[in-house]
Design a protein around this ligand. Structure first.
Ligand code: ADP
Length: 289
């Protein structure tokens, strides 16, 4: 997929952490799983912010890239996508902007959220639960009917561009994080649930993305299903569609299937030897070599 990065006209992009900003120029491959495309379109038409809920590697990012392209097609213009990966050191200034010292004195630089609010486009806060609560608060007035971003340091209140749209992702099952979103935050979004794709669709996704034959893709999709089934107490996360694709890609490169699954799936899921053994047994039942 070609992604044309926006020219770095604003040096603030160099100061914010983990920010990607680009126009999705070519149609991304996205296989719809249920009614998520029409739900997103309806939410966008009403400018109701969306939360994509689901485990890692199940297609949330690909979906938002696809929707950014799709909305751009409909509107007949480019639709920027600003992705911000949230983490605990992310501050409100990283999102909104800050004054920087330079040779001419101080200069205000918009943060990535402010740029999207000014110019329109999708702002995607990935793993929103990882951000500190005081950082998340800055999105509150953007997600209700006011659609305003207070820029405290400048004493300015910015009204969102009509095309501005806020999307967040949230992985509710992620047990190790022990974090939860505040109700006052989560009740500002409609949630679209992303689980792992059903077996037949996951097979198609693996076939296309790993560029392998239907038979190999079917075996990996079956493996995914069985390993997820194995973990009934939800001790582990995954294996994600992403990991199944990685295993397939290694197989295409000639790595024997059991070995490919060992390093792409078993090792990625857990370090616990006993659990690894259990997963490996499923691998050995699906692949003979
Ligand atoms: P997440 O953002 O949920 O962690 P991604 O969107 O990065 O996951 O998905 C991981 C990979 O799985 C993608 O790069 C893509 O190859 C594949 N994938 C998952 N679901 C789909 C889908 N419905 N259509 C196309 N590709 C998909």
């Amino acid at each position: 997929m070609a992604k044309s990065r926006l020219p770095a006209t604003n040096p603030a992009s160099r100061h914010a952490h983990h920010v990607e900003e680009y126009h999705v120029t070519d149609e991304p491959f996205y296989l719809p799983i249920a009614d998520e495309v029409s739900l997103f379109e309806a939410a966008y038409a009403e400018r109701i912010s969306v939360m994509l809920k689901g485990p890692t590697g199940c297609g949330k990012t690909r979906f938002i890239e696809y929707m950014s392209w799709h909305l751009g097609q409909h509107a007949g213009k480019k639709f920027p996508l600003v992705t911000i990966t949230c983490h605990e050191d992310l501050t409100a200034s990283d999102l909104v902007g800050r004054y920087l010292l330079n040779t001419d004195g101080t200069q205000w630089l918009d943060g990535p959220l402010t740029r999207a609010v000014r110019n329109g486009g999708i702002c995607y806060l990935d793993e929103v639960v990882e951000a500190r609560k005081d950082t998340i608060v800055v999105i509150h007035s953007l997600t209700d009917h006011r659609r305003l971003l207070p820029i405290e340091k400048q004493g300015e209140i910015l009204e969102a561009h009509p095309d501005f749209f806020l999307v967040v992702s949230y992985n509710p099952g992620y047990q190790s994080s022990m974090k939860d979103l505040k109700h006052s935050t989560r009740q500002r979004f409609v949630s679209i649930d992303f689980g792992y794709p059903p077996q037949a669709l996951e097979q198609k996704i693996i076939e296309k993305e790993a560029n392998i034959n239907a038979e190999q893709a079917a075996a990996l999709a079956l493996l995914g299903l069985q390993v997820r089934h194995l973990d009934q107490q939800n001790l582990l996360e995954g294996p994600s569609t992403r990991l199944l694709i990685y295993a397939g890609a290694l197989m295409r490169r000639g790595v024997p299937p059991r070995r490919a699954c060992g390093i792409a799936i078993v090792q990625a899921m857990t370090d616990d030897e006993l659990l690894q053994k259990g997963i490996y047994q499923v691998v050995a039942a699906v692949f003979s070599e």
